[in-house]
Design a protein around this ligand. Structure first.
Ligand code: ASP
Length: 301
């Protein structure tokens, strides 16, 4: 039996483990598992606001029978008592905490936590760097629709450069053989992405008829200053709305990691579109997180 210490990004999972996460998530959706985390303490340490991911990890841990403690920055005495995060983590390790789920605005923060922690660290989003469980639930949702993703065409639209979701998902899609098109203005999708074997596109209208799936991104205003592109221009060129939905294939699907901004990257017609899979993504998020934590703690089946 081989256990993985941490999930900091998708490449911490080998190819067979990716499939194992998906299979385990599917099994957990068919039948509520027994208490596979009985006696395992899980601490959720969120330094950035979160609704979906925070609730989803909580539910995942509770459904597996874990002992759950939630910590927000205001609860962390180390921040104003001169202790370092390393020492806080050493303290949490000494309490026998098994799983630490960490979200932080700084890239690499969960990785540095993992260096001092005896248990398993799960990255719940670090700055613009990575969001592996979001990528896993997005991949799972795509696989549920299409089976193999090999040669499937996926457009990721919007603020790619500031998106940890896009970064992790892109890596996953490439691993599974999908053709990825990054769509957006130069400020959000710099030309250099074309070097990493993905297509860079500026014209969403031209791309829509050719793709199996569209993943919309929120503009990450908290991660940059100024207005690199006006709302009017963005809406005119990139908002998914009824005329643009009409350009999609009948079988195409639309996804979004949430939170979505109505009126900016999408309008109300997207929320009524039969291929809008946002709530399925959220639903799968819980089971995928259960699967990840179970794999880390209990190892391969
Ligand atoms: N919820 C995702 C994240 O934490 C996407 C977003 O915030 O736009 O990165």
């Amino acid at each position: 039996m081989r256990t993985r210490r941490s999930l900091l990004d998708l490449d911490d999972l080998a190819a067979n483990e990716l499939n194992e996460v998906f299979a385990r998530a599917a099994a957990f959706e068919r039948e509520r598992p027994e208490k596979r985390l009985a006696g395992v303490a899980c601490v959720n340490l969120f330094f950035e606001p979160s609704t979906r991911t925070f609730t989803s990890f909580n539910l995942a841990e509770l459904r597996l029978g874990g002992e759950v403690v939630n910590l927000a920055p205001k609860d962390l005495s180390y921040l104003n008592k001169g202790e370092t995060i390393e020492d806080t983590v050493i303290t949490l390790s000494a309490m026998g905490i098994g799983v630490l789920v960490v979200r932080h605005p700084e890239e690499g923060f969960p990785a540095s936590v993992a260096m001092h922690f005896d248990g398993h660290v799960v990255n719940a989003g670090d700055g613009t760097h990575a969001h592996p469980t979001q990528a896993l639930l997005d991949l799972y949702t795509l696989i549920e629709q299409f089976g193999s993703l090999h040669s499937r065409s996926v457009a990721i639209v919007g603020d790619v450069v500031h998106s940890r979701v896009a970064r992790s998902l892109l890596a996953g899609l490439k691993r599974l053989g999908a053709n990825v098109r990054l769509v957006g203005p130069e400020v959000f999708v710099p030309e250099h992405y074309a070097e990493s074997a993905v297509a860079v596109e500026r014209d969403l209208d031209r791309v829509l008829p050719d793709v199996d799936a569209v993943l919309l991104l929120r503009i990450q205003r908290e991660r940059f200053s100024g207005t690199p592109v006006s709302d009017e221009e963005y809406i005119a060129r990139y908002r998914l709305d009824a005329p643009r939905l009409a350009k999609l294939r009948d079988t195409a699907i639309v996804m979004h990691p949430g939170p979505y901004n109505r009126g900016i990257e999408l309008d109300e017609s997207v929320l009524r579109f039969p291929g809008w899979l946002y709530t399925r993504q959220v639903m799968h998020g819980v089971s995928v997180r259960m699967a990840v934590i179970d794999l880390l703690v209990n190892g391969s089946a």
